[in-house]
Design a protein around this ligand. Sequence first.
Ligand SMILES: *[C@@H]1O[C@H](CO)[C@@H](O)[C@H](O)[C@H]1NC(C)=O
Ligand SMILES: *[C@@H]1O[C@H](CO)[C@@H](O)[C@H](O)[C@H]1NC(C)=O
Ligand SMILES: *[C@@H]1O[C@H](CO)[C@@H](O)[C@H](O)[C@H]1NC(C)=O
Ligand SMILES: *[C@@H]1O[C@H](CO)[C@@H](O)[C@H](O)[C@H]1NC(C)=O
Ligand SMILES: *[C@@H]1O[C@H](CO)[C@@H](O)[C@H](O)[C@H]1NC(C)=O
Ligand SMILES: *[C@@H]1O[C@H](CO)[C@@H](O)[C@H](O)[C@H]1NC(C)=O
Ligand SMILES: *[C@@H]1O[C@H](CO)[C@@H](O)[C@H](O)[C@H]1NC(C)=O
Ligand SMILES: *[C@@H]1O[C@H](CO)[C@@H](O)[C@H](O)[C@H]1NC(C)=O
Ligand SMILES: *[C@@H]1O[C@H](CO)[C@@H](O)[C@H](O)[C@H]1NC(C)=O
Ligand SMILES: *[C@@H]1O[C@H](CO)[C@@H](O)[C@H](O)[C@H]1NC(C)=O
Ligand SMILES: *[C@@H]1O[C@H](CO)[C@@H](O)[C@H](O)[C@H]1NC(C)=O
Ligand SMILES: CC(=O)N[C@H]1CO[C@H](CO)[C@@H](O)[C@@H]1O
Length: 812
Amino acid sequence: MLFIWFLLFSYLITTSTSLDSLAVGQSIRDGDTLVSASGIIEVGFFSPGNSTRRYLGIWYTNVSPLTVVWVANRNNPLDDKSGLLKLNEKGILVLLNATNNTIWSSNISSNEGNNPTAHLLDSGNFVVKNGQEINMDSVLWQSFDYPGDTWLSGMKVGWNLETGLERYVSSWKSIEDPAEGEYAFKMDLRGYPQVIKFKGHDIIMREGSWNGLSLVGNPAPSQSSLKFVSNEKEVYFEFELLDRPFFEVVTLTPSGAGKILFWSTQRSTRQVAFTSEEKDQCESYAFCGANSICNYDGNSPTCECLRGYVPKYPDQWNVAIWSDGCVPRNISNCKNSYADGFLKYTHLKLPDTSSSWFNRTMNLDECRKSCLKNCSCAAYANLDIRDGGSGCLLWFNTLVDSRKFPQWGQDLYVRVPASELDHAGHGNIKKRTIEITVGVILFGLVTCACIFIIKNPGIVRKLNSKPYKIKHRHEVADLPTFNLSVLSNATENFSTKNKLGEGGFGPVYKGILIDGQELAVKRLSKKSGQGLEEFKNEVALIAKLQHRNLVKLVGCCIDGEEKMLIYEYMANKSLDNFVFDETKKRLLDWHKRFNIISGIARGLSYLHHDSRLRVIHRDLKTSNILLDANLDPKISDFGLARLFLGDQVEANTNKVAGTYGYIPPEYATRGHFSMKSDVFSYGVIILEIVSGKKNREFSDAENSNNLLGHSWKLWTEERTMELLDEVIGKQFAPSEVMRCIQVGLLCVQQRPEDRPNMSSVILMLNGDKLLPNPKVPAFYIEKDVTYEENSAPSNHILGSVNELSITMLDAR
Ligand SMILES: *[C@@H]1O[C@H](CO)[C@@H](O)[C@H](O)[C@H]1NC(C)=O
Ligand SMILES: *[C@@H]1O[C@H](CO)[C@@H](O)[C@H](O)[C@H]1NC(C)=O
Ligand SMILES: *[C@@H]1O[C@H](CO)[C@@H](O)[C@H](O)[C@H]1NC(C)=O
Ligand SMILES: *[C@@H]1O[C@H](CO)[C@@H](O)[C@H](O)[C@H]1NC(C)=O
Ligand SMILES: *[C@@H]1O[C@H](CO)[C@@H](O)[C@H](O)[C@H]1NC(C)=O
Ligand SMILES: *[C@@H]1O[C@H](CO)[C@@H](O)[C@H](O)[C@H]1NC(C)=O
Ligand SMILES: *[C@@H]1O[C@H](CO)[C@@H](O)[C@H](O)[C@H]1NC(C)=O
Ligand SMILES: *[C@@H]1O[C@H](CO)[C@@H](O)[C@H](O)[C@H]1NC(C)=O
Ligand SMILES: *[C@@H]1O[C@H](CO)[C@@H](O)[C@H](O)[C@H]1NC(C)=O
Ligand SMILES: *[C@@H]1O[C@H](CO)[C@@H](O)[C@H](O)[C@H]1NC(C)=O
Ligand SMILES: *[C@@H]1O[C@H](CO)[C@@H](O)[C@H](O)[C@H]1NC(C)=O
Ligand SMILES: CC(=O)N[C@H]1CO[C@H](CO)[C@@H](O)[C@@H]1O
């Protein structure tokens, strides 16, 4: 509410004191600015860095540091503050210096000015048009036609084929000199259009062409706000800001790195979402020369000739000088080309399309045939990969700048002469891996990675949930009951080698039934204190909790003192195995992590609000989040606290069940629990997933903060983005990361009543609800908490105790 009031207030302030348009004869001097209608952007004079020279530029109001997105007189600075911008009667904007010389002017070919006005639009576009009303048809000139180093939402990068106008992004010479620098980001119209980064006239990096979902060099599958338009009149890319109140711009730095800058209207400090400098050598244009594939394993690149090709200079190739690439082993005379075959390569960045041909309607088979018809056709692929693929793209002569991606990427069908197809082994093409010190810093313009805003993470996935065929069981209270000897046999007498983990209420074993069905068997360690029937009924109730983000309870076993719960088996084990493991965490890109964060929220919201039982988990932690084959999250061990402690919704208990690092202060110190204590644990999990670090083990050298304290510190210092796990690279939506961190911080606030409920969390994560500013998190420093009785000794808690849950059922 306060925020809305503030917006309204600032709106009134800005509109009441500033102009957003210039009429003929009006002018602005150095010191004055023209502000857009809602006050978010302004045009005026500025000096970059320590320079004293003056430039006319456009920047975002109140965003610090100063974020200039466009410069008029970039190649021709003013030496002093005498600059004057005015609109003449022809509709031309002119920038004059003290002696009335024109320093810069907008360029209009026709003299159609008819009562022209100049407007600064909220989009950052400075337009001159006829008449007063904002109608883009009457535009005489617009700054969006002449991009500088910054790509804004709604700005086209590409070509107007009718007028021949090329719009491209070009770097500044230095941070103090906005003149056109060496680097540029352009669209190449040869063959199938593609986006390329140039240094001078050299291609440095290819973002590539559009495949219907993304650019081939940036293949993360996600709903993207990037748009590619190609028709007789225009060919261009643009991006849309889906995610207000966030702003994002892409800028090309003087050193050629792409940077995504973003900020929210709430907190107007600009942050860098990422720079593109951490890329690998395979990004570098034609690193492997022609007819080869670059493969980067995380440390070093390797080049491999395509099938049917051999290194041009084998001696050099063998010592990892790959730039000369590969040549056909056997020049096809093409007489018998119809006998040629094609070899399918998967997960590729498709080669340079500058020598290619395309057709949007052909299918893959027609594509193949038309490739066979032309002797110089070297490969084909689908043009558009949506809906199983459509369209045809053919490459002629050489195949340059192709690389392998670990996942995603596209299929490429490479032409291979019949004689080569017989060589099944192609044994003499030795793949050599040579370690190269990774020292080269590559610059790649990130362009659109930023804008993969995954609007709808909850894509319904088909879970491969085969119906359980349960044998050897009796039905008790609707729940399958397993025979102890069967389970014992299935788990090899509960041998330690089958042990999957240790939860708060006992160990879990992997079991394989005689028919091959895999199960997870939880052997409950303590008596529940309940009668047998009561226990069975309770288990049956819990078994009815079904949600795709909960692990399915498929049965139980009660035999004398033994009580066991049988769950579906999760092949990919628990989240902690991924997110804290230096190699496996790489498998969790941002899209997956966000999916996991949202999935847990949905599962927990179901437990708290939507199920009949109102279940509080009480031991939520990363090792209790299991991942199925699609890496979708499933909460496990839910309902156990209920099984053991009864169904209070909020209570004080002297029976603390939980895990250090995940339990909130009110629970740890006073035994007070509620749904908000689960919310706290969930907040810790979010921050752990985002950062890839354990709350329990985290400490930053200077402040001996835990992860919560560290996150809070970064948040208050407006360095929030630094929390993001560095292995994530560049494929993420900054606003989504910010949202997750903010939600995480909201969940770990000191006072339970300040924490949001899980229904609100879901809305916030989806961007459907404004996020309040978090207060200081519970600086729960574990060593300060004293536990009575036989609980873990306090000084061991930080760090040394394993991921064991503490169960203090018998305390007092
Ligand atoms: C600007 O001047 C300050 C102080 O002299 C200096 O520390 C800073 O590095 C300069 N910035 C640039 C971009 O040259
Ligand atoms: C104005 O610009 C002209 C042409 O660039 C230049 O010759 C002149 O010295 C400038 N005047 C001032 C006061 O800078
Ligand atoms: C520049 O133009 C303004 C108005 O057109 C005029 O008042 C002023 O004297 C001129 N200055 C010079 C140095 O010519
Ligand atoms: C103005 O446009 C003409 C052709 O339309 C072009 O040759 C000239 O370079 C342009 N000038 C500027 C400053 O953009
Ligand atoms: C080259 O092609 C010819 C005929 O197409 C074939 O006889 C010969 O074996 C091939 N050579 C190699 C090295 O594959
Ligand atoms: C594309 O292929 C379709 C089907 O083969 C054909 O009808 C159409 O004329 C082709 N278009 C172009 C531009 O070649
Ligand atoms: C094969 O394709 C190339 C490139 O489009 C073209 O120049 C050549 O004429 C074609 N050859 C045949 C036989 O169609
Ligand atoms: C469990 O299975 C074994 C062997 O199949 C059988 O002898 C035993 O009676 C079963 N126990 C129960 C409780 O059904
Ligand atoms: C135990 O497992 C073995 C094979 O692992 C199987 O032959 C045997 O029938 C099983 N016994 C029971 C009681 O399931
Ligand atoms: C389990 O233990 C029983 C008796 O202790 C033994 O006979 C049986 O072979 C064991 N089974 C396995 C799979 O180890
Ligand atoms: C969650 O919190 C919001 C805002 O405080 C409230 O409007 C909503 O009713 C709560 N939902 C549930 C299910 O408690
Ligand atoms: C990343 C990972 O380990 N994924 C595995 C999850 O489980 C499925 C099914 O076992 C495997 O196929 C995946 O490789």
